[in-house]
Design a protein around this ligand. Sequence first.
Ligand code: N01
Length: 506
Amino acid sequence: MGRDIRVVVIGAGMAGILAAIKLNQSGFRNFIVYEKADRVGGTWRENSYPGLTCDVPSHSYTYSFEPNPNWSHLLPPGPEIQAYFEGVAQKYGVEPFFAFNEEIVRCAFEGGRWHIETASGTRDAADIVIAATGVLHHPNYPSIPGLDSFAGDCFHSARWDHAVPLDGQRIGVIGTGSTGVQIVSALAGRAGKLSHFQRTPQWVMPTVNMAFTDEQKAAFREQPMLLRAVQNDPGYLEIAWNWTEAVVDQNSAMIDQFEAAGRAYLEETVQDPVLREKLRPAGRAGCKRLVQSGEYYQAIQHPNAALVDAPIERVEPTGVRTADGVLHELDLLVLATGFRTDQFLRPMNVTGRDGVALDDAWAKRPSAYMAISIPEFPNLFMLNGPTAPVGNFALIDVAERQWAYIAHFIDLIASGRVTEVSAKPGAFDRYEADRIAAARNTIWGSGCQSWYLDSEGVPSAWPWSYRHFASEMATPRFDAYDMRTPEMANANGQTAAAAQQPVPAE
Ligand code: N01
């Protein structure tokens, strides 16, 4: 290392823990992870609703370097994932690098460094900022008339109040995404009456969440090769990678196969023809994120459960009034209404070179070259940032590949050969134009409403195959970056002109 650089990581979720471990392992000690909450875990800390389960297989939803022989199920329950992240942070000795209850409110690139301020007044200055702030964590509160007038308990699925009783209660759940489906599946046998308010029927893929036996877990513990083999299960990886090729092509045969499987499952599982038609999805499978559940269709047929597909007209003090005039009386109303996914990094006040505001740079839509770097925001690198692969894929693998890419730039800056790195505006513009063109042909652009879409209806997820993503992350195009050298800073002051620099040899 040529100089002792300081790195600030924002967020102690899955990606922030990864950054801390990788920095520490690479010999960096002058870094800190600011976290607004009081412990690690990100989305798995914030979500604690009944039935919370990851629909990516547990051994794939695992850091590559820290396999876990003890996963209880094929699909891991949320609390187990939270415990895994806490355990990994502890095992890798990165806890001393976390600063909890520190919400960053301002990040400004001034005089060649990032100046950081937290809500509690802490100030810091860093050479590099890693944004590991996550995607799905700003609750989307629906604007339903009268919502505030509800006299019972009401909360968003990511703000679960565990003091509120559930057994025997009249519970309403709004939303039929993965979250609403998991909550309804968990509560059907517990609620006195469960009303599931559906605006749009979903494609539901049958999934069996097999428990690992004690013998299997013992074998994983005793045979590291076996554990590695399960973690890198070629069968699962092939389906998952092929799926990423299917979703970027609206005419893919694989999507037809998934639709056939979803239809067959609906026919086989739901007896009442009226209910079956209410549940029948209209658009293409995968347009909204696929819901995977082996329990939901059974749960909604529970004698105490009802699917309400009449549109919600308003909320009244005693319940939800639907457009057919029916008042659904409730003790508890759960808003499983998703997240605001346009809020990357915000509400932080972020300004780049020459005071350019992130809100202005992203006035149209949040984006970043290769989902990593924004022109004129030097040395700011994002993990799971805008336009990164999302949707039915393991975000841990995404973040690990992104880290390998970002590490090249961290090393260059630490070597002292380069002081400032950010995507060139031209490279970013070409990336955006290609990305938007490709995005329109993805399944997410096939005509449904979902959190994948930006304000102009353009899907914001990585619109190419995962193989392409893996290849881009493995071989950064250094010539797409504006890299400033110490000589330029000396010649022109800290804000040297953005000349087309030869790429420093790796
Ligand atoms: O949110 P969503 P989610 N009136 O946006 C409805 C991840 N996740 O929390 O479809 C009535 O998918 C809305 O209706 P419609 C995963 O990436 C992962 O369920 O727009 N309804 C929809 O039904 C997932 O994709 C796991 O018509 C309203 C629902 O609310 C992401 O989180 C588990 C409404 C929102 O669905 C988000 O899932 C759980 C209104 N005013 C979640 N406003 C894993 O297993 C919204 N809706 C990894």
